[in-house]
Design a protein around this ligand. Structure first.
Ligand code: AHG
Ligand code: MN
Ligand code: MN
Length: 335
């Protein structure tokens, strides 16, 4: 590519073009990108780095942690401790928010992350990723307490994800479109490779764990059955199905070529509100999807409008190509 634009140059230009980005937020995003580079290196070493397998511990959500879940969490915490841009951090892998160590100054932002998304894929060498979300410290609330993080997704000032796949990508939104950076391993820096990504409005591809079919609600069964019926069914066209089981990889495919990603409410996860986490997965991914012209809903409400009640809250997720998500939502309304 002629005249490649680095992440740093991109952020400086954004800072000049839109008032939305200040020096602290720029530092925060560069630090997160650097942490993602470290995670990418650890992931790519695989068995040679001794990073595969179980950590032998569990997180607050009762899930067994992999070594890479713990390591990625540590990398993000350490990278973000010293810059003076954060007041606190929250992670899928930590029971409570993590405070900035006393020797460092604090700042006006809160960082939330799913340090390693798709952990079940680590040991089988399939794409995994990191998802993050940035909020401002709320006025009048102690920034380090859980309550300060409980802001709806509409309040996010930035969100993004890294995918550790054949290439390592960083996908970022600051509320002014979605941009993709590819890690140049020789240079060691993220280079802008796609500006202003737009999700196709229509699709013939869906992404769902179909083994949960018997647990779904009627609107979801209806939607999937109609897709599977193909050309001779009510949709009058054939559909394709893909499920990587790493949200980052599935959502990235949808961002690139359209589709609809669903982890709907089902009888198995109803008691906890759904499977995916609002603060670490659903909100940041919804921000990206909406900024790329797509839609994101629980089936009953816009995900980014939900007032969170708990840090580790879970929600049903239906996101992707606009017309398809609208259809799934309309089936929930009919029900
Ligand atoms: P995590 O590895 O952070 O716990 O997230 C896994 C999530 C998500 O990435 C993926 O879409 C989904 O769980 C897969 O769930 P199933 O194994 O039920 O298909
Ligand atoms: Mn995840
Ligand atoms: Mn995770």
């Amino acid at each position: 590519m002629n005249n490649p634009v680095s992440l740093t140059q991109f952020l400086i230009e954004e800072q000049r073009a839109h008032g939305s980005l200040n020096a602290d937020l720029r530092l925060l995003l560069e630090v997160v990108a650097r942490a993602c580079k470290r995670i990418s290196i650890a992931v790519s070493k695989g068995a040679l780095g001794g990073v595969l397998g179980e950590a032998g511990t569990g997180n607050i959500q009762g899930e067994a942690q992999k070594k890479l879940d713990v390591l990625s969490n540590e990398i993000l915490l350490q990278a973000n401790a010293w810059g003076g841009h954060l007041a606190a951090m929250a992670s899928e892998e930590m029971d409570h928010p993590s405070l900035i160590p006393g020797e460092y100054p604090t700042g006006g932002y809160l960082l939330l992350f799913d340090p390693l998304d798709g952990s079940s894929n680590i040991d089988v060498n399939i794409s995994v990723g990191t998802i993050f979300s940035v909020l401002r410290v709320k006025e009048g609330v102690e920034p380090t307490c859980e309550e300060s993080f409980l802001q709806p997704g509409t309040q996010q000032v930035a969100a993004g994800y890294a995918v550790y796949g054949p290439s390592t990508l960083l996908v970022l939104t600051l509320g002014t479109g979605v941009h993709v950076f590819t890690l140049d391993r020789e240079l060691g820096s993220f280079t802008l490779t796609q500006r202003d990504v737009r999700i196709p409005e229509d699709t013939q591809e869906f992404s769902i764990n179909a083994s949960n079919r018997r647990h779904w609600e009627a609107p979801m069964t209806r939607y999937i059955d109609e897709c599977i019926a193909g050309k001779t069914g009510p949709r009058g066209k054939d559909f394709n199905m893909r499920w990587v089981a790493s949200m980052v990889a599935d959502v990235h495919r949808i961002l690139t070529r359209g589709g609809v990603f669903m982890y709907p409410l089902d009888a198995k996860t109803a008691a906890q509100g759904g499977k995916l986490r609002l603060m670490y997965e659903a909100n940041p991914m919804s921000f990206i999807i909406e900024q790329a012209g797509g839609k994101s809903s629980t089936g009953r409400e816009r995900i980014m409008a939900i007032q969170p009640e708990a840090l580790h809250q879970r929600v049903p997720v239906i996101m992707g190509s606009r017309n398809e998500v609208e259809r799934v939502v309309s089936y929930h309304q009919d029900n």
